[in-house]
Each structure stands twice: as structure tokens, then as C-alpha cells.
Design a protein around this ligand. Structure first.
Ligand code: TRH
Length: 400
């Protein structure tokens, strides 16, 4: 099938992250995808395999390099004139209510219009089951008479599922300690068996300083902290600078109060990472013992990594993100022992600024800890769900 997938970059990387992953997955399954984007700059690092060249039919260049996927400029879909031969594909995906260009919608008017699907944001809240699949007739404008349907990703059988490529688990299964060490060393991290790895990808308001202070106080021999480019790197560097400053103060006594552990700063190794291609992003999560992720797409990838993780949710002005976070925690930790669930919830809420950050983290250092084992159980349960692309193909072919 031919898919037209529309992506508007609002902020951050998640709009493009989800769209690129969806387009690539469809392409891997033999479909043809035109990915229409209003700002393709993120793809320079997220998908460096894409190269651009002049397109005879469209005004601007198109990008190719990923099986089945052609990246097109949104402006070209807006400026379609009678002279353009472009015909909309079998399925048109409007992501996150991005409002399709009028000129393109007008071309969807044909005796057998394409399936028009509005892909929504991910949530574990109850309304998702009620809203998934609902039709919405279009009454006005160039699309009058057409109908779109809402597609809600989610965590239960009555939702649209989660993006998970067909070969993901097979690739994940190859990630043993040898591969992990090679990958980390290729990225400048001198990991040795026994070292701990923490990855941090966060927003500007995350309490990174408190986390690093906590990790630095641990007696564990070596902890590598991998900082995503952007906020995590900036916050990590600010913390490091503050420590250097404290250490340099004359007549400075050890930082810890009597009875508290002293900072083992030498055991903490901070590493700033460049923005990695999306394919490498999974390798990073698989190579870490504890992942701090954010937004939507990286949070789902952390679920597939199957390692203890902490989610920083995208903050909304009206505060509804707190309910969204609670809904997910309820689902993810449903079968966990009460104490473990309470401890991890307190950490997640603290990391999101919805409560105090606990003085200590639940144990996460090895696969034998309760957090690691119950994470794996929840991960296994979620794997039983049919993935989003399989469900979406069924949605547009069987229920239209
Ligand atoms: O960047 P985000 O905060 O995006 C957010 C959310 O999607 C949010 O729901 C949305 O409303 C808002 O944007 C507009 O976090 P997210 O969703 O995890 O997207 C990050 C993407 O970037 C994801 O696809 C992973 C990718 N990534 C890489 O490929 N390499 C990297 O090095 C990093 C740090 C991220």
C-alpha cells in the first residue's frame, strides 16, 4: 500500500521520532511511505541515512535512504497546483491533529477516498479505549463529505498498541555483555564488567543534580552516567562544575554530614553523548542498567529495553500530565509488590517534580534486584500485545 504520513514538528524530537519510526516500520514491511514534514532538520542526526535530491514532480528535494520511505516537504503538499500529478495514497495519516494541507485534502475527494486516520498521542488513561477507532465526519472545507478515524496507541487490547518492529526482540536478544562493551567503547565509554551504567535523557527541570549527588555518594566502584545531548548534558556539566568549585574552596571539610556517606566523585564518570541516530538509540538503552527517558517515543523504547527506568512525562500547562503519569504507573506496576511499587512511584513522581525526590533509589544495580525482575515481567506481559503497525494495517484494510 502507499501511505501519506504527515508530521508537523511542534517542539522537541517526539513528533519526528514517532513519525520516523512508524514510516520506517511500514517501509520494512514492504509498504511505500511518503513522509511529509514541515521541518526535516532533526532527520540529519535521527536518520543520517537519508540523502536529498531534486524531485522532478515536486517543487523541492525529496529524501531517500530508508527502505520504502520518501521524505517530502510539507510545503509541496500545500502548493499542489493542477499541473502536479500527485495522487494521495491508499492511507493518509494525520499525526497528532497536525491539520493536513487543504490542497492535499482536496485531492482525497475521489469515488473511493483513501483511509484517513488521525494518529493520537500515547496514554494509559481509560478514555483511550473509548476513543480508539471513533469516526469523525468532515463537514466543511476541502474535505467535506470525507471521514477520518481516530487511532489511539495504548497498552491494552482495546487500543491501537505500541510501535514495535517485527525484528526488535531478535535484535535485543543478541545484546550480551560482549556486544555491550564493544558498543560502549565505540562511543568512548570504557565500560568493564561490573561497572554500572545510567542513561539520562530529560527536560530542563529534571533534578539531575540531586540524582548525581546521590550516585556520587554510592560506594559502588564505577558508575558511568551517559548524558543525552541537550538538557541532560547541560545539567550534568553544571553539577560537575559545582563539585569542582566546592572541592577548590580553601579549608573545605568533607561535604557529608557525620554519619552520611562522603562523595565518591571519582567513581562517577560523566559522559556527554552526541545526538545518536534512532537505530543507535535502542543500543544505548540496552547498554544501560537504569534509563531515564522522557516524552513518548523514548519512553516506549525503554519498555522494550526491559531495564529499570524512570519516565519524565511531557509537561502540560493544565497539569493533566500528572494523571497521565499516574495512569501509566498504575498499569506498569500493577502486579509489583506494594513496597517496590511505592518506592518506584515516589522516585518517578519526584523526578517529575510532583513530589520530593526520595533520599535513596530502589535497588537497580543488577538483574537480580526486585525492580529489574518486575520490570522484566511487565515487559513480557506487554509483549503479548499485537504491535501498532500490525494493528494499524488491519485497521485500515479490514474495518474501513
Ligand atoms: O523529544 P521528546 O520530549 O518529545 C516530546 C514527546 O513526544 C511529547 O509527547 C510531545 O508532545 C512533544 O515531544 C512535542 O521525547 P520523545 O518522545 O522520547 O522523542 C525523542 C525521540 O528522539 C525518540 O524517537 C528517540 C530519539 N532520540 C534519538 O534517536 N537519539 C538520541 O540521541 C536521542 C536523545 C533521542
Amino acid at each position: 500500500m502507499l501511505w501519506d504520513l504527515f508530521c508537523r514538528v511542534i517542539d522537541n524530537f517526539g513528533d519526528m521520532g514517532v513519525c520516523w519510526r512508524l514510516a520506517s516500520d511500514l517501509g520494512q514491511r514492504g509498504h511505500q511511505v511518503r513522509l511529509w514534514v514541515d521541518d526535516a532538520r532533526i532527520l540529519q542526526w535521527m536518520a543520517p541515512q537519508v540523502s536529498w535530491s531534486a524531485d522532478a514532480d515536486l517543487g523541492q528535494q525529496t529524501g531517500r535512504g530508508q527502505a520504502g520511505v520518501t521524505v517530502c516537504h510539507w510545503a509541496d503538499a500545500e502548493a499542489l497546483s493542477d499541473a502536479h500529478p500527485l495522487v494521495p495514497g491508499d492511507v493518509v495519516i494525520e499525526t497528532f491533529g497536525c491539520h493536513l494541507p487543504d490542497a492535499f485534502v482536496a485531492r482525497m475527494q475521489r469515488p473511493s477516498p483513501p483511509q484517513w486516520v488521525n494518529l493520537e498521542y500515547l496514554s494509559a488513561e481509560d478514555y483511550v479505549e473509548r476513543s480508539h477507532g471513533l469516526p469523525s465526519p468532515v463537514w466543511h472545507g476541502p474535505g467535506a463529505g470525507l471521514r477520518k478515524r481516530f487511532y489511539y496507541p495504548g497498552f491494552t487490547p482495546a487500543t491501537g498498541g505500541l510501535l514495535r518492529e517485527a525484528d526488535l526482540l531478535a535484535r535485543r536478544a543478541t545484546w550480551d555483555d560482549t556486544v555491550r562493551q564493544t558498543w560502549l567503547r565505540q562511543h568512548g565509554i570504557p565500560w568493564a564488567p561490573g561497572d554500572r551504567v545510567v542513561y539520562i535523557f530529560c527536560y530542563a527541570n529534571a533534578p539531575v543534580d540531586a540524582l548525581l549527588t546521590h550516585l556520587a555518594a554510592s560506594p559502588h566502584p564505577v558508575t558511568h552516567v551517559l548524558l543525552a545531548h541537550g538538557h541532560a548534558t547541560e545539567l550534568g556539566h553544571a553539577w560537575e562544575k559545582a563539585q569542582t568549585h566546592i572541592a577548590a574552596l580553601p579549608h573545605r571539610e568533607p561535604q557529608a554530614a557525620p554519619g552520611e556517606p562522603r562523595a565518591h566523585l571519582n567513581a562517577l564518570r560523566l559522559h556527554s553523548l552526541p545526538a545518536l541516530p534512532q537505530a543507535e538509540f535502542d543500543h544505548l538503552l540496552w547498554s544501560s542498567d537504569l534509563n531515564f527517558v522522557r516524552g513518548e517515543d523514548s519512553a516506549v523504547r525503554a519498555l522494550w529495553a526491559g531495564r529499570p527506568h524512570v519516565w519524565q512525562i511531557y509537561e502540560q500547562d493544565d497539569g493533566v500530565h500528572a494523571d497521565k503519569l499516574d495512569a501509566f504507573m498504575n498499569r506498569w506496576m500493577r502486579d509489583w509488590p506494594a513496597q517496590l511499587s511505592a518506592d518506584v512511584r515516589a522516585l518517578w513522581r519526584g523526578w517529575n517534580g510532583l513530589g520530593p525526590l526520595p533520599a535513596s533509589l530502589p535497588a537497580w544495580q543488577s538483574p537480580q534486584t526486585g525492580w529489574a525482575q518486575h520490570t522484566l515481567d511487565s515487559h513480557q506481559t506487554l509483549l503479548k500485545q499485537t504491535d501498532l503497525v500490525t494493528q494499524l494495517i488491519h485497521f485500515v484494510t479490514q474495518t474501513g
